[in-house]
Design a protein around this ligand. Structure first.
Ligand code: SF4
Ligand code: SF4
Length: 112
């Protein structure tokens, strides 16, 4: 069996559990293969930059690299509550419908 690099999502995602201990060192940001982490202003941050990490859970694949890198344990891996979930907002629903319509159109074009 090969060792292909997989970007499939795992059943885990990262959660910021302690923004107050984040040092804004950006080690996790640099190591994230998905660019899913950003340092942003946070009222809870205690470092001189007044920033703490924010995770884009849509991008996070749950690889755990950032958690391993974080010495202060500001972030952790948690199991996703739902692996598949219904759309949360009307906007998301519109996006999904638009994607489905586009896919159907492409399928039709391929057939003709
Ligand atoms: S678990 Fe992996 S993909 Fe998710 S934020 Fe951390 S490094 Fe990025
Ligand atoms: S979460 Fe951890 S590794 Fe990431 S910036 Fe904060 S202290 Fe550094």
């Amino acid at each position: 069996m090969g060792h292909e690099k997989s970007l499939d999502k795992s059943n885990y995602e990262v959660e910021v559990i302690a923004p107050e201990v984040c040092k804004a060192c950006a080690l996790c940001v640099k190591r994230c293969p998905m660019d899913a982490i950003q340092l942003k202003f946070s009222p809870e941050a205690t470092n001189k930059f007044r920033k703490a990490v924010e995770i884009d859970t849509e991008l996070c694949i749950g690889c755990g690299v950032c958690v391993h890198k974080c010495k202060t344990k500001a972030i952790t891996l948690k199991r996703k509550e739902e692996i598949t979930r219904p759309p949360k907002t009307g906007r998301e629903l519109v996006q999904l419908n638009a994607m489905a319509a586009l896919a159907a159109k492409e399928e039709l074009t391929e057939k003709n």
